[in-house]
Design a protein around this ligand. Structure first.
Ligand code: SF4
Length: 106
């Protein structure tokens, strides 16, 4: 499982740049470059309420199982990510399309 680093701090599942979900979906069926990818698991934290985040007790793991449709990425094997490290970016994102997999590599 890739080590996941996520800078989308406006996401409901983000805790200190780690993801509470344990498994995420990356989208990018026709992606030729990283800008055409997105984190399909993004959920905007309701605005103005920093306390409104995932209530999971345990601190999130730094690894995540990643299903990914960006099949043109070198790390993609049968829609599973095999990158050693993945960085999801999207500071202040308000929707999925404002996020991206910065580790995409054609
Ligand atoms: S590194 Fe490649 S395979 Fe892994 S999540 Fe990003 S785009 Fe998908």
């Amino acid at each position: 499982m890739p080590v996941l680093d996520c800078t989308v701090t406006n996401c409901y599942y983000n805790k200190e740049k780690l993801c509470c979900r344990g498994a995420i979906n990356v989208e990018g069926d026709t992606a030729e470059e990283k800008d055409a990818t997105a984190c399909g698991s993004f959920r905007e934290r309701s605005s103005g309420s920093f306390s409104n985040s995932c209530k999971c007790e345990e601190p999130p793991e730094n690894r995540s199982d990643i299903d990914c449709t960006a099949e043109r990425c070198t790390y993609n094997n049968s829609c599973k990510c095999h990158a050693p490290n993945v960085e999801i970016q999207g500071q202040n994102a308000t929707c999925t399309t404002e996020t991206m997999c910065a580790s995409f590599c054609k």
